[in-house]
Design a protein around this ligand. Structure first.
Ligand code: HEM
Ligand SMILES: *[C@@H]1O[C@H](CO)[C@@H](O)[C@H](O)[C@H]1NC(C)=O
Ligand SMILES: *[C@@H]1O[C@H](CO)[C@@H](O)[C@H](O)[C@H]1NC(C)=O
Ligand SMILES: *[C@@H]1O[C@H](CO)[C@@H](O)[C@H](O)[C@H]1NC(C)=O
Ligand SMILES: *[C@@H]1O[C@H](CO)[C@@H](O)[C@H](O)[C@H]1NC(C)=O
Ligand SMILES: *[C@@H]1O[C@H](CO)[C@@H](O)[C@H](O)[C@H]1NC(C)=O
Ligand SMILES: *[C@@H]1O[C@H](CO)[C@@H](O)[C@H](O)[C@H]1NC(C)=O
Ligand SMILES: *[C@@H]1O[C@H](CO)[C@@H](O)[C@H](O)[C@H]1NC(C)=O
Ligand SMILES: *[C@@H]1O[C@H](CO)[C@@H](O)[C@H](O)[C@H]1NC(C)=O
Ligand SMILES: *[C@@H]1O[C@H](CO)[C@@H](O)[C@H](O)[C@H]1NC(C)=O
Ligand SMILES: *[C@@H]1O[C@H](CO)[C@@H](O)[C@H](O)[C@H]1NC(C)=O
Length: 356
């Protein structure tokens, strides 16, 4: 409903305009959503996550990435968690996910624990949002107020996942385009890329930079030569494009959530092309933001928290939309047999070949 005051002949006339018939009240996310129905939801998530981290120090990084890849495809609706079925072509098979995402089993363990304490209450989409925040805090990063009340989708869209998930080979223009499509601005892009302060990447996502970057037989000139030598040992030329060897995204402090991601960029030590372009693209508006976050931990942490909340708000299902899934990999009432349907997804192996 719009209110417009119009001055006419010295008299104020109020004109109330009903804009269309869009009176469906859109329920909002809220930090207190589970206060009555599952008061210690965050403790339960945290407790399962901490025990998983004992045997897998990388799990927090893998879980925040799941939330990101969920939110960029149909909004934060746990669509990424749906397995192949008669009606679902899983997003897990999309280019940015296949043989790369991790942590689906831990999400299922968290969901099981929640079903024991508060059955049919907490959505899988909210599990991903909570796990993302808890993971950052456990790694030494900022905390933020987690908005809750998302519901789970009845659908997934692998085609959309292929179109929406940014590639590590993208330049700055392409990265900005994909973030803008989600309502995220340049500051969000630089802040959220700071999640590469922890976790790992396979050689196949950056080894195009190491030998013949522009078809002229030279490596990427924006890659530090010392780092280049190290990466060439891990990622031989004979395997370019298909090498699953792992290395740390953050060269200096691989498992800590800190601002060193940005000082790495200033020293040409960004691992992915999509990281380094934030600092090395001529005259880019991202350079002063990198310099700011590199010099000021508070600025980075505040911006990261704000951008995570913004990303977590992308097109959630709320109210009576969607459902609360009982099992995160399955729409309620569907059969669990994944059968022989094509286009499935494969989780990444987690074997760190060498830390050189
Ligand atoms: C800006 C565009 C982005 C691109 C192109 C990108 C690309 C990638 C790639 C290629 C990997 C390595 C995956 C593998 O080797 O299997 C990765 C890992 C990771 N990404 Fe991103 N990413 C981007 C933004 C983000 C955002 C916004 C977040 C979270 C807020 C994020 C969090 C992570 C984390 C934590 C890892 C490590 C995962 C693990 O160790 O399992 N990334 N990313
Ligand atoms: C959840 O809350 C109950 C009651 O306050 C408490 O006994 C239990 O330990 C909590 N669970 C977790 C995992 O923190
Ligand atoms: C997936 O998304 C695309 C692009 O929005 C749309 O054209 C297509 O109909 C969707 N497919 C499914 C199965 O929802
Ligand atoms: C980014 O890549 C696109 C597609 O290859 C190209 O058209 C564009 O000129 C590139 N932009 C920059 C800044 O390099
Ligand atoms: C993401 O960027 C690529 C490269 O510019 C583009 O082809 C694709 O359409 C973009 N997707 C969205 C949703 O912005
Ligand atoms: C993985 O890295 C090691 C060095 O740590 C290297 O010897 C090996 O050839 C690499 N494997 C592949 C498939 O490239
Ligand atoms: C390369 O990285 C090292 C630290 O790893 C740094 O001291 C050096 O200044 C960097 N070189 C360039 C050209 O950025
Ligand atoms: C660091 O960033 C914070 C938050 O933006 C700001 O309040 C503070 O003044 C900055 N500190 C410096 C030294 O610039
Ligand atoms: C640094 O980043 C913070 C957080 O985004 C922002 O408030 C501040 O204005 C920035 N400072 C500069 C000098 O860009
Ligand atoms: C979903 O697929 C994974 C393997 O990709 C499997 O471990 C899991 O059991 C499946 N979930 C269901 C409910 O079928
Ligand atoms: C995902 O990777 C597996 C194993 O590498 C492959 O068999 C499958 O075809 C891929 N899925 C898609 C949809 O590309």
């Amino acid at each position: 409903m719009g209110f417009v005051g119009v001055r006419m002949g010295g008299v104020w006339c109020a004109i109330f305009m009903v804009v269309g018939v869009i009176s469906v009240s859109q329920a909002q996310l809220s930090p207190t959503f589970y206060d009555q129905t599952c008061p210690n939801v965050t403790d339960i998530v945290s407790s399962v996550l901490q025990s998983a981290a004992q045997s897998d120090p990388r799990i927090g990084a893998s879980l925040i990435r799941l939330h990101f890849h969920d939110c960029f495809v149909q909004g934060c609706d746990a669509s990424i968690l749906l397995n192949n079925s008669a009606t679902i072509v899983s997003e897990q098979g999309a280019l940015g996910n296949n043989n790369s995402i991790r942590g689906l089993d831990v999400v299922n363990n968290i969901k099981s624990a929640l079903e024991s304490s508060c059955p049919n209450t907490v959505s899988c989409a909210d599990v991903l949002a909570i796990a993302a925040e808890v993971s950052v805090v456990l790694a030494g990063g900022p905390s933020w107020t987690i908005q809750l009340g998302r519901r789970d989708s009845l659908t997934a869209n692998q085609t959309l996942a292929n179109a929406n998930l940014p590639s590590p080979f993208f330049n700055l223009t392409q990265l900005k385009q994909n973030f803008t499509s989600q309502g995220l601005d340049t500051t969000d892009l630089v802040a959220l890329s700071g999640a590469h302060t922890f976790g790992r990447s396979q050689c196949r996502f950056f080894d195009n930079r190491l030998y013949n970057f522009n078809g002229d037989g030279n490596p990427d000139s924006t890659l530090n030569t010392t780092f280049l030598a190290t990466l060439r040992q891990l990622c031989p030329q004979s395997e370019v494009g298909r090498n699953t060897n792992l290395t740390n995204l953050d060269l200096t402090t691989p498992d800590t959530f800190d601002l060193n991601y940005y000082s790495n960029l200033q020293q040409n030590n960004g691992l992915l092309n999509s990281d380094q372009v934030l600092f090395s693209t001529s005259d880019a508006d991202t350079i002063p933001i990198v310099n700011n976050f590199s010099a000021n931990r508070t600025a980075f942490f505040e911006a990261f928290a704000a951008s995570m909340i913004k990303m977590g708000n992308i097109s959630p299902l709320t109210g009576s939309q969607g459902e609360i899934r009982t099992q995160c990999n399955l729409v309620n009432g569907a059969s669990s047999s994944s059968g022989l349907i094509m286009g499935g997804g494969v989780e990444s192996q987690d074997h760190m070949v060498s830390s050189i």
